[in-house]
Write a protein that binds this ligand. Structure first.
Ligand code: UTP
Length: 291
């Protein structure tokens, strides 16, 4: 079955980036000149996704307006023959059909995903976490996961290695190699605290493809780490009962939900930016001499 639907949860409180996220959703924070969520919607569209559900809870207007037409601004840019600027905003509404639903209470990522039941219907769907931007790689990360779903017929998680210090704040997965960057996943845990729960240093980072069975599992998933309904806890049931596939996607992932991640994204994407990249590299080379 062709996977054409994706869900982007963007209803978190973004407390790690306060005060910037007091009013502005973290997903709208710019990486140089593009909001993080635009990178994510573009990745989905480049992976064959035609319909996207964005889960919001506040600041909804910012995200909706960004993917809408801006007739006054477009008119001015057209009049002034600022074609490049015009093309950077003009077709954002054509990337995909974008739908919105509110997660009224912030009860965790798993709770947010459960709001997509009607949207997904009986089809498998991709999930792109709203604060994880993935760039580069052989193919868009979501496409790599969708291809693995097509080959193995099971739910897929996108994984990357992290450090022993980091894994206690992330999820941890038990994996057995299948081939190259593809693994069988049979167990996982969110925010592992005991040594025996560290199955590997692989963590689920920002992407998955899920079968519709996940919704019934989510309905009976109790609050877990941070007293939130964790998607990892529901996927753990899926992995144990049906098996899952893990793909170490080839792109580079930036966590724009924390301050250091935002700086890394701005720096690494900034040095390749067609307009300012060269000047930025020159500036950085001089600046590091002063450190
Ligand atoms: P995070 O746990 O990183 O988001 O969730 P957060 O709650 O905003 O983080 P803090 O406050 O800085 O610790 C990962 C993704 O899931 C979404 C977030 O928006 C982010 O894209 N999310 C999280 C929801 O949509 N709803 C929730 O209840 C929690």
């Amino acid at each position: 079955m062709k996977i054409t639907k994706a869900v982007i949860p963007a209803a978190g409180l973004g407390t790690r980036v306060l005060p910037a996220t007091k009013v502005m959703p973290k997903e709208m924070l710019p990486i140089v000149d593009k909001p993080a969520i635009q990178f994510i919607v573009e990745e989905a569209a480049n992976s064959g996704i035609t319909d996207i559900l964005i889960i919001t809870n506040r600041g909804k207007g910012f995200i909706e307006d960004h993917f809408d037409k801006a007739p006054v601004l477009e008119g001015i840019l057209e009049r002034d023959k600022k074609e490049e600027l015009l093309s950077s905003i003009k077709d954002l509404d054509k990337l995909a059909n974008i739908h919105y639903v509110r997660q009224i209470e912030t009860k965790g990522l798993g709770h947010a995903i459960s709001k997509a039941r009607m949207f997904a219907g009986n089809e498998p769907f991709a999930v792109l976490y709203g604060d994880d931007v993935v760039v580069g790689g052989e193919k868009p990360a979501t496409q790599e996961l969708i291809e693995a779903y097509g080959t193995y017929g099971k739910g897929v998680i996108g994984i990357k290695p992290v450090t022993r210090q980091e894994i206690v704040n992330y999820s941890c997965v038990k994996v057995d190699p299948i081939r190259d960057n593809i693994y069988k996943c049979t167990d996982m845990i969110e925010k592992p605290q005991r040594d025996e729960d560290i199955f590997s240093l692989y963590s689920i980072l920002g992407r998955c493809v899920l079968p519709p069975e996940i919704f019934d599992i989510l309905d009976t998933t109790p609050p877990g780490a941070k007293n939130e309904i964790q998607l990892t806890d529901a996927m753990c049931v899926l992995a144990k009962n049906h098996g899952m596939t893990a793909v170490e996607y080839t792109g580079t992932r930036y966590d724009i939900g924390n301050k250091l991640g935002i700086m890394k994204a701005a720096t690494e994407i900034g040095i390749n930016h067609p307009e300012i990249g060269k000047d930025f590299v020159a500036y950085l080379k001089e600046f590091v001499k002063t450190l």
